[in-house]
Design a protein around this ligand. Structure first.
Ligand code: ZN
Length: 389
């Protein structure tokens, strides 16, 4: 999702409906991207082009910078000739850290690959083997792995009371979600009339959402008088029911602003079926705000500052000063030192991940009976045991 977009207007009706086209726009799969590690282009490029995939060939030495330039990658195909070196295995590990839902495939005819190489592939966490000379098998395996990678993308919904709340608290995490290929929607419940001109604030919200790559849904509840009761719950429930988020970000209940607390309370009811719910920090958060989850935002902290600069009508607010935004992120990264220099803090309200846990379990563990397990023949259609989602 990129370029200019319009907000989706939810208004202040009691019975909010989220149009199916909005859901489709949110869930439209991003461009499919495949990274080729080694000299694989001649056999594989025609199939990738047929499947509508962008693809770039690279070497282990340049894999991270190439991957970052490409954006969210669905799959990486590895030339067996490179597999024996530690550098390649480190490159694969770096790639999987960058893009957790990416599938990594070994491109070689299984019957021609030495056993040591296959062991190396298993140890390196590669997901499957595909034979580049088997055009139909290659096409089927790639389609399956692209689909699986897309299914594993999170659907993220970030909820805030006023324009700029979501962005101050979680723009870094949302940018990270987008970088990994997740779908992101922002639900802002009021137009912020008390804090400035509503039309200006709406325009700023649209700009900020575009910069994040998020779909924006704008309701029109009364600024400073947002109720925590059934109408607000139903509004949020309608959005949750339509978008079916797997991750929700919302205000903390530890906050001095009555609207923020009301949105937190209503969201607790409306998102009771969502597996992962986290509370972000607002400038009005109290000292009781007690985060235990810290998201590294080193790669996007500058972009977060840019996103917040969209809210020009609020530029007099000291909490939007770039120095404070960066200093706050630097402070919270103390919990991650020395692994990160900038982080966003979140309270964990719920964190339950059944789908990913099921996917990451080795097949034998899920299916085996108490007896000995027969060796599994490796073929183009077998995923490696030990794969992780
Ligand atoms: Zn607010």
């Amino acid at each position: 999702m990129s370029g200019e977009q319009q907000a989706v207007w939810l208004g202040d009706e009691r019975d909010v409906r989220v149009d199916e086209s909005v859901v489709q726009q949110l869930l439209d799969p991003p461009r499919r991207r495949v990274l080729l590690l080694g000299d694989l282009t001649s056999d594989i490029a025609p199939v990738l082009e047929d499947l509508g995939c962008d693809h770039v060939q690279t070497a282990p030495e340049t894999v991270v910078e190439t991957a970052l330039a490409m954006g969210a990658i669905n799959a990486a195909l590895v030339d067996p000739a490179l597999l024996a070196t530690d550098r390649t295995m480190h490159a694969v590990a770096d790639l999987r850290a960058l893009y957790p839902q990416m599938r990594v495939l070994l491109a070689g005819a299984p019957h021609e690959l030495p056993a040591e190489l296959l062991v190396q592939a298993i140890r390196g966490g590669l997901h499957d083997i595909i034979d580049p000379t088997d055009r139909e098998g290659l096409r089927g395996a790639l389609q399956t792995c692209l689909l699986r990678s897309e299914q594993e993308a999170e659907r993220v919904l970030a909820i805030g009371a006023h324009p700029d709340d979501v962005e101050i608290g979680s723009a870094g995490a949302l940018l990270e979600h987008r970088r990994r290929g997740d779908h992101v929607a922002v639900l802002t419940l009021s137009r912020g009339d008390v804090g400035g001109d509503r039309n200006a604030r709406v325009g700023e919200s649209v700009t900020a959402a575009t910069q994040i790559g998020a779909r924006l849904l704008l309701a029109d509840l009364p600024d400073t008088q947002i109720d925590q009761g059934i109408d607000t719950i139903r509004l949020i429930e309608a959005v949750v029911g339509a978008l079916k988020p797997t991750v929700v970000y919302v205000h903390s209940r530890h906050d001095n602003h009555q609207d923020h607390r009301a949105v937190n309370t209503a969201t607790m009811s409306a998102t009771r079926s969502v597996a992962q719910v986290f509370a972000y920090q607002s400038p009005s958060a109290t000292n009781e705000f007690s985060p235990t989850r810290f998201v590294p935002i080193d790669a996007v902290v500058t972009r977060k500052v840019d996103v917040l600069s969209s809210f020009a009508s609020q530029s007099e607010r000291t909490y939007l000063e770039p120095e404070l935004i960066v200093a706050g992120a630097r402070y919270w990264a103390r919990h991650l030192a020395p692994l990160a220099r900038y982080a966003e803090p979140f309270e964990v309200i719920r964190s339950f991940i059944p789908r990913r846990a099921a996917l990451s379990a080795p097949a034998q563990t899920v299916l085996s009976s108490p007896g000995p397990v027969a060796p599994m023949a490796l073929s183009a259609s077998h995923a490696f045991a030990g794969e992780s989602a």
